[in-house]
Design a protein around this ligand. Structure first.
Ligand code: NIG
Ligand code: FE
Length: 413
């Protein structure tokens, strides 16, 4: 099947030569072809260029994209899409002045979601998650990472990862799975964190790796959760089983988690709402992608990742949704891109780079998605008629998407 798009007002994020990610000053450059064509063959990008240079192409289907733009689908490199039920009552508590940490210390938060998930069947969990996945694909997400971490028992962590596996089998977009057994210390181990660490290291990690249920390993490295030392132990065990680190750090406190991530060659370090100068320094010249989660800052009312400062310091930056029931109950990447511009002072070019090619890198998918490059998957967004791509983040809360293509197929949910 050959599909030809013609008269595209602007084809965004065109990379003739594949790149891994963009950082620093290069982030403000979003390579664009105006009045372009794009050819898709068997779900893969096969050719593109200026309309005036377009060769005679025989296609099964030709689409006139006059007035519309095409850009790579969003690459959401950090989500907790698999969860049971919701936490609206905690939302109301927060409105009434109770903090996220206070809610957690009273058995709410992650432990609340874990209780719900433990009581939910795998089938039910799959059905609940599928609705969210289809919802975010419709909002332009074309690749996603999904974490476990609301199970906190061997059985329930495996249940979550099995749901992710089923999603991988049933949906065409790239999905990466992350084992996050170290998301919180379960109640049964309240006075025995060491016991839970042993369970993660000796039982969970080997089982998860053996069954090939995860690509990455994650830890919530934070005061009251897992220390830097705990984090290093878990990353070490994960690495021995072939799991690549991608960790939660510096959400509320800067305690050295970034340095631990860099030491273990984490693919990404995520959250970063609290950044010291030495944290920025530690990331310079590394292959570790810093990931900002502006939906979490927005929803919890905590500081935004200092993205402007980090890019000015020469670092790369990726944007992800953190879609989860406690700190970011939305997977709308259009909103994350807008918020990055409005609150973190990224330019539209920087935000689009952060949510496409840099997000792809943060999942190890930079050779498959994240840019308009021949040979990459045809996962892209066809916009409504718009005047400029700046209109995409400008029109916050809405999305300018007319259609989403996954492997060249126009998906409608
Ligand atoms: O990334 N901070 C740790 N984990 C999630 C939130 C989990 C929850 O509140 O359910 C996050 O924000
Ligand atoms: Fe998270």
């Amino acid at each position: 099947m050959r599909i030809l798009f013609q008269n595209i007002k602007a084809l965004l994020q065109v990379r003739e030569e594949p790149i891994d990610f963009v950082s620093g000053k290069d982030m403000c450059h979003l390579p664009t072809i105006k009045n372009a064509y794009l050819l898709i063959e068997e779900g893969v990008i096969s050719d593109f260029g200026k309309m005036e240079d377009s060769p005679e192409i025989k296609a099964d289907k030709t689409i006139d994209a006059k007035g519309k733009m095409i850009l790579p689908a969003w690459c959401d490199s950090h989500t907790h899409l698999v969860y049971a039920g919701n936490r609206e009552s905690e939302f109301v508590d927060k409105i009434n002045g109770v903090s996220y940490q206070e809610i957690a210390s009273k058995g709410g938060g992650i432990l609340n979601s874990a209780k719900k998930l433990q009581q939910t069947s795998e089938e039910d969990l799959y059905q609940q998650t599928k609705i969210r996945l289809e919802e975010i694909i419709a909002m332009g997400t074309g690749a996603i990472e999904i974490k476990s971490g609301y199970g906190l028992t061997v059985e329930s962590e495996l249940k979550m990862l099995s749901v992710i596996k089923r999603l991988k089998e049933n949906y065409d977009l790239p999905i990466k799975a992350t084992f996050l057994g170290a998301h919180a210390v379960p109640d049964e181990y309240k006075n025995n964190k060491e016991g839970y660490l042993e369970l993660i290291i000796r039982e969970m990690i080997p089982l998860v790796a053996e069954a090939k249920l995860a690509d990455f390993i994650d830890v919530f490295c934070e005061e009251g959760y897992f220390s830097v030392e705990d984090t290093e132990r878990i990353l070490e065990a994960g690495k021995q089983h072939g799991l690549i680190p991608k960790i939660h750090v510096n959400q509320f406190n800067s305690i050295g988690g970034i340095q631990a991530g860099v030491k273990y060659q984490a693919l990404s370090v995520d959250h970063l709402e609290e950044m010291r100068t030495e944290d920025i320094e530690a990331l310079k010249g590394t292959q570790t992608m810093p990931v900002a989660l502006p939906g979490c800052s927005f929803f919890l009312g905590i500081p935004y990742t200092p993205g402007r400062k980090m890019i000015d310091a020469g670092l790369p930056l990726a944007l992800a949704s953190d879609y989860n029931p406690g700190s970011s109950p939305s997977g709308n990447m259009n909103f994350m891109v807008s918020t990055a511009c409005i609150k973190m002072k990224l330019t539209p070019e920087e935000a689009i780079n952060a949510a496409t090619i840099n997000g792809a890198y943060a999942m190890g998918l930079q050779n498959e998605i994240g840019s308009i490059t021949a040979g990459k998957k045809a996962n892209f967004i066809l916009t409504k008629p718009i005047n400029s791509y700046q209109f995409i983040p400008y029109s916050y809360g809405a999305n300018q998407i007319q259609q989403v293509y996954i492997s060249g197929k126009n998906l409608k949910y």
